[in-house]
Every structure is written in C-alpha cells, then in structure tokens.
Design a protein around this ligand. Structure first.
Ligand SMILES: Cc1cc2nc3c(=O)[nH]c(=O)nc-3n(C[C@H](O)[C@H](O)[C@H](O)COP(=O)(O)O)c2cc1C
Ligand code: SF4
Length: 483
C-alpha cells in the first residue's frame, strides 16, 4: 500500500473510557431520529466486505457469524457489505440481484435482530460496478487483444504490413518505446488491465446505464425490504459506477456528466426509483465521497453540493468516506487485477498507522462537518455519519458534541473487536481490543481472502470447536467475550 512520504508511526490512543453511567449519559449512546430513520444510539458499523459469500453470491455460515458477532455489540446501525445488484457472476461478492437471494438475507436479518436484542438497525449497501480485467501478459495482449489500426501503423511506419508482422514488431519493442506508440487507454489496458469507464459512451451497455440502473437499484432495495433488512445504503463511494458518475472526471456528454448538476442527475434518479419502490417509511441513504483524493478529482466543495442535493431529495441519512479510486492504483502483477486502495486515494480511505503529521485518525471529520453544515444551512436535519480512524469514546463524543457529525462509524475498530461498542456502553472500555491500524485485514481484502483481524490470532487459539480459515492458520471469528 501507498505510504505518505513522512512515514511517521502513530499509535492508536483510545483515551479514557467512560463508566457505565457516563456512557449512559453520553451523546454517543443517545438515540437519533429523523423521519423514518431511527437508531437507538449514534454508533455505526460501515460496510466491510469480508469475502465470505459463496462463489455465486449467497449468504454462508461464515457470513452469518461475521454479522452476528458485530450485532452482539449492539451498534445503532450495522451495514451489510457492498452487495451486487445485478444477476451476474461476481465471484464471492454477496448478491441481491434476484429473488433467490432473499431467503439467505432474511436469515441474516433474523440473526442480527436476535443477537442485538432487537437494538441494531440493519442496512445493506447496494453496489454496481463496471468490468475490470486482470493485467494480461504482454505477449497475450499484443497477439490477441490489441486493435491494430491505421494510427498505430502510421506511428511505427507499417501502413501496408501484414497484421501479424505489425504484432511481431510491437512485441520486439522495448517497453518505453512501446509506450510511445500506444494510445493512453491501450497502454493502460496493457500495464494495468482493461477497465471500463462510465465515459465509454461508445459501448452500448455503458451508454444505457442511466436507463437500466434506476430499476436495478430499485429491485434490489425491494428485495432488501422483503428480507427484513431495515434500510438500504446506496453505494455512491469509492471506485464504483455511481461514484464514477459523481466524479469530477465524468465528462459524459449525454446530460449525465460535466457539471455538478449533471453528475448528480443519475444518483438522484436512482434514489427516486428506490424511494418509489420501497415507500416513504423505509430508510434510504447513501455513502459518498467527501473528497475523491485524486488529481483532477472532486473536492469537498463538490461533496458539499452533492450532500445538500441528496438531503434535499429526501435521503434519510448521508454517510461519508474518502478516496478509494482506481485512478491512482498501483500497477498489479501480471494476472492480477488493479485494486483501488493501493494509491494515495486508497490510503485516504483506509489510512494505516504509518502516516503523515496529521496521522490516520479522523482525516474525514472536517470535510464531513462541512457537508453537514451545508445540509443544516439548507434547513435540513438529515443525519450525517462520519468514519475514518475512529477508535475511542472521547474522540467520538467530541465529534458529536462539536456538531461535526450525528453518528460515528468505526469499521476496522469494530473488525478488531466486534463488541467494542457494547463494552464501552457497559463501562468496560478497558476490555476493548484496540485496532492497531496495520491494515493486515485490508491486505486480505485485496487478495479476496476471507477477512479476519490479526489481533484475533494472538488469543485463545486453543479453544475447542474453533472455526478456522481454509488454510487452518487463522480463526474466522473474534475471541468470545462474556457480558
Ligand atoms: C476489509 C474491509 C472491507 C471494506 N469494504 C467496504 C465496503 O464494502 N463498502 C464500503 O463503503 N467501504 C468498505 N470499506 C471501508 C470502510 O467502510 C471504512 O470506510 C474504512 O475502513 C475507514 O474506516 P475505519 O478507519 O473506521 O476502518 C472496507 C474496509 C475494510 C477494512
Ligand atoms: S487487522 Fe485488525 S488491528 Fe490490523 S487494521 Fe485490521 S482490524 Fe485493525
């Protein structure tokens, strides 16, 4: 993963833990309500893909264990990982693109309800993404995938050569010379692997995204509702389709790109279709980027505009993230796919303990506060959720009391200790297993391996009936904790 040049080591410092009475009186553990969106406390577990579904996207026992463990911590809101809205093979990513996925998701919502004593509201993050291919071997790319057109022929002085001779010639060229004759997109496909863009209007299925996505999202949301899930979070963040529509790099010329208004058009149309499908009493919100954190990408000003428009349109909550883009991803190895959390923007999304002077904790607080201020200035009460490096009660309480956000999200801290919110609420904060922000978990995510926390494996490995990962080396769930 990319690291800031300063390479300063920061240690997670959760601060002083409250007594049970102090926790009971805190803002963090107070309810929040806005329209149909109600949480018993202002704690939130944002979406995390743990790579535990079946190869065809169904809920498994490992998926159930993962969410049950976090539900025992009784967070106000718990978001099920990014779940694909299309009925197409997507590897072991959870899916909701067909009614056959409803029973598994129903079991999941029942499990969460029981484990949290009915206190946690369960949401599901709905995702659409575009095609991305693995980085090809050079020979295979030049022999099979490269389009030999007139411009390329002209560049190498081979206008009338047989096509095979052109390919032979290109294969014999040094990499630097080859780079000078290939256009930017072709060069990217060779060096990084082919990746579709929302701006590829020459591809019919990309051109028609604004026609097909509202119904796909709406159908998925209706299934979530049928599965007993309490609300949906539209995934408008990171490297995926909807974030690419919002991106400052979206230059579509069909009314869905260019100005901020046009970039927000499809996300708003998707929201309206979802709202129509699930009704006014079902919470619908989105996760979007407070900052794209890439050269030429959208800034906090863009996010302020989007957040205000989403709230004005009637979204029930706004959750922010930052970065996580393909644009600055590192070159993958041959046979591997690019991963959007390997560049600077990836670091901004999941900052690790080796950081700059600001450090990895709370990098998204100020941008999120700016969004919230604008939403409030527009006269709207939409709750705003902030996430990023938050791992202590005092820090969370300060964010809420200073009016920087309404709800506090913690992803990796909850992965490290799925019941940490409950421990804090009971005045047993000293028992919290504090995340070290090493990103070991994120490395597993990158390889699409079952995600676990490295801290789990230091404890109680001799437990009987311990479930382990397929290689037998890691435990699949956090060490048990007795209330
Ligand atoms: C293993 C893993 C998987 C993640 N999957 C998702 C995801 O499905 N959707 C999403 O919006 N963010 C995802 N994230 C990002 C987190 O939700 C969160 O924004 C990020 O980790 C920063 O918050 P933290 O410092 O509290 O961990 C993932 C993070 C991790 C570590
Ligand atoms: S592996 Fe565990 S300690 Fe390390 S960042 Fe992930 S959750 Fe935190």
């Amino acid at each position: 993963m990319w690291k800031p040049a300063e390479k300063l080591k920061h240690k997670a410092e959760p601060g002083v833990w409250p007594s049970a009475d102090e926790a009971a009186a805190s803002r963090l553990f107070s309810p929040v309500e806005s329209g149909c969106f109600r949480l018993a406390q202002r704690t939130w577990v944002p979406a995390m893909v743990p790579w535990r579904a079946t190869e065809d996207g169904f809920v498994t026992d490992d998926v159930l264990d993962w969410y049950e463990a976090m539900a025992k911590g009784r967070p106000g809101g718990l978001v099920i990982e990014a779940t694909g809205i299309r009925d197409v093979p997507s590897g072991p990513l959870m899916r909701i693109g067909h009614d056959r996925f409803i029973p598994g998701l129903k079991e999941l919502s029942n499990r969460v309800r029981a484990a949290s004593n009915g206190e946690t509201k369960l949401f599901i993050q709905l995702i659409d993404f575009l095609a991305i291919k693995r980085r090809p071997p050079k020979e295979k790319f030049i022999r099979r995938f490269l389009a030999v057109d007139e411009e390329l022929r002209r560049k190498i002085g081979a206008l009338d050569w047989p096509e095979e001779d052109v390919r032979d010639h290109l294969l014999g060229m040094e990499d630097e010379d080859l780079d000078t004759v290939l256009d930017e997109r072709t060069r990217e496909s060779l060096r990084m692997g082919y990746r579709e863009r929302v701006t590829d209007l020459n591809l019919p299925h990309i051109a028609e995204l604004p026609r097909v996505l509202p119904d796909l999202f709406a159908d998925a949301a209706r299934r979530a509702q049928q599965a007993g899930i309490d609300g949906v979070e539209l995934h408008y963040a990171h490297a995926y389709t909807m974030a690419s529509f919002l991106s400052a790099k979206n230059t579509r010329t069909d009314g869905y790109g260019g100005s901020r208004e046009q970039r927000a058009r499809l996300p708003l149309e998707v929201f309206r279709a979802v709202r129509k499908a699930v009704g006014d009493d079902y919470p619908v919100g989105c996760r979007f980027l407070a900052d794209e954190c890439i050269d030429g990408g959208g800034t906090v000003e863009d996010a302020v505009y989007f957040g205000t428009e989403f709230a004005r349109a009637g979204m029930d909550f706004l959750s922010t993230s930052r970065g996580g883009k393909f644009d600055d991803a590192k070159q993958p190895g041959v046979g591997q796919a690019a991963y959007p959390y390997t560049g600077r923007s990836g670091y901004e999304c999941m900052p690790a303990y080796i950081s700059d002077t600001f450090g990895p904790f709370g990098r998204n607080i100020a941008p999120t506060a700016a969004i919230r201020d604008a939403v409030r200035a527009a006269g709207l009460e939409t709750p705003v959720i902030v996430t990023g490096g938050i791992h202590g009660f005092e820090q969370a309480e300060r964010i809420l009391c200073d009016g920087q956000a309404d709800i506090v999200g913690a992803a990796r801290q909850t992965l490290a200790d799925p019941v940490w919110f409950r421990k804090v609420r009971l005045g047993r904060g000293s028992e919290v297993r504090v995340c070290e922000f090493t990103n070991y978990c994120e490395g597993l995510d990158q390889k699409h391996k079952m995600v676990t926390c490295k801290l789990w494996d230091r404890l109680d490995m001799e437990e009987t009936d311990l479930r382990r990962t397929p290689d037998g080396k890691r435990r699949t769930t956090a060490p048990a904790w007795c209330e």
